[in-house]
Design a protein around this ligand. Structure first.
Ligand code: GUN
Ligand code: ZN
Length: 419
């Protein structure tokens, strides 16, 4: 397949990573990008055209599949929102058929906004998580999905026995390993060890989760320091000296660990996260919706922490990673009024593509280059963006979901605006 237009290419020349625009075309074959050419458009092509932006598919590194149906529960802070809205909704995944049909719907929504890879939470339900993993694999996305581990401080419908949680996650790790060489050819789905957060996990469960992740060299996803009352509860349940140490003691901090939110951290916590190579998954839309606070992205970067970006649906309300990227710019600006410049548009676009891929240790996706996986979005803005003062800025800030003409997953057109 040949796709032509304005290509969004990696730009590693600046002090900060970014992307650059160039007219040209690319060819895909067997799920990979096999040729990339800068210059004029070819005489014929299959997708795109003059005025079309060809971007790598977007990567969402923190979201909750079962929460796509609860977006917009406004007015609560995190712990009330979990009790009153989130847990009752997630309880519906006790029915694996429901979980499967919901995952199909969620994937339709992701593809329609150009998301081709994601890292997400399922629920505490094993069969439901299996169905969600199977669905992602069938639909061809690159995905990491974990069964949520909870053994305390939650309603009965969410509470599980710690040993059962671990045995079930281990069986998922055997079927959906993190290492591509252990998976069947072409399968891009793996599972993650997923302790929800320190409040709902006993010390024993956290430790067992850390041991299991190490044994399988698996991804770990959890939440860290999202709001102050959460910090107080964690200190009461797990002791000090701080929240990050609770995860460190359990062996949960590694280069494959994604820590959602990371708002309220002290210097030694930031150091610990940087030293262990763990990733801070920034979720600006959720932070503003739940009024949790604002993550200081610049400080974390200065301290050597790798950052990724996530929608955190359904605490977050935005499915489109373009709009989450925009929110990241605004959140950084709000954290430094009149001071530190926000990340550039190019850096924000890099973050939702190659930056998130790098944070996941995925060198072969999230970028338009030869041999990368052919995960792509074709965007056709209905405004004169190419002659704008900042063309990519116009696309990001004026963005409209209706501009997504096609989403290509692993070399296949998986969403088309005309279908
Ligand atoms: N902390 C623990 N669980 C959750 C969740 O589902 N969403 C958010 N935003 N924070 C959490
Ligand atoms: Zn979350």
């Amino acid at each position: 397949m040949i796709i032509a237009g304005t290509l969004l290419l990696p730009d590693t020349d600046g002090e900060r990573p970014g992307v650059r625009l160039a007219e040209g075309w690319l060819r895909t074959d067997a799920g990979r990008i096999v040729e990339v050419h800068e210059g004029g458009l070819p005489a014929s092509f299959d997708l795109g055209g003059d005025g079309h932006l060809i971007s790598p598919g977007f990567i969402d590194t923190h979201m909750h599949i079962p929460q796509f149906d609860l977006v917009g529960a406004h007015g609560m802070s995190l712990l009330d929102w979990l009790d009153q809205v989130t847990f009752p909704n997630e309880a519906r995944w006790a029915d694996p058929d429901y979980a499967l049909s919901m995952t199909e719907r969620v994937i339709d929504q992701l593809l329609s906004v150009g998301t081709t890879s994601f890292v997400g939470y399922a629920t505490v339900h094993h069969e439901a998580t299996k169905r969600a993993l199977g669905c992602c694999s069938r639909r061809g996305l690159r995905a990491v999905v974990g069964q949520v581990l909870i053994d305390q401080e939650a309603p009965d419908s969410m509470l599980r026995d710690a040993d059962a949680c671990i045995t079930e996650t281990e069986s998922l790790l055997n079927d959906w390993p993190a290492q591509p060489e252990q998976r069947t050819q072409g399968n891009r789905v793996s599972t993650a060890v997923t302790p929800r957060f320190a409040i709902t996990c006993s010390e024993g469960l956290l430790k067992a989760a850390g041991d299991l992740a190490r044994k399988h060299d698996a991804y770990i996803q959890t939440h860290l320091a999202e709001m102050r009352p959460e910090l107080e509860a964690v200190a009461k349940l797990h002791g000090g000296p701080d929240y990050t140490s609770v995860y460190h003691r359990a062996g949960l901090l590694s280069a494959r660990t994604l820590l959602g939110h990371c708002i309220y951290l002290n210097d030694s916590e930031r150091r610990l996260i940087a030293e262990t190579g763990s990733v801070a998954a920034h979720c600006p839309t959720a932070n503003s919706f739940l009024r949790s606070g604002t993550m200081n992205r610049e400080k974390l970067i200065d301290d050597g922490v790798t950052i990724s970006l996530g929608s955190d649906i359904g605490g977050g309300y935005e499915r489109s990673m373009i709009r989450v990227g925009r929110s990241m710019i605004e959140a950084t600006f709000n954290a430094h009024p009149g001071g530190v410049p926000s990340p550039s548009i190019a850096e924000a676009w890099w973050q939702i593509t190659a930056g998130n891929a790098d944070a996941m240790g995925w060198p072969d996706t999230g970028r338009i280059q030869e041999n990368a996986e052919a995960d792509l979005v074709v965007i056709n803005p209905d405004i004169p963006w190419q002659t704008a003062h900042n063309p990519l800025g116009m696309v990001m800030f004026a963005y409209d979901d209706r501009w997504v003409r096609a989403t290509v997953v692993n070399g296949e057109v998986s969403h088309s605006a005309n279908s």
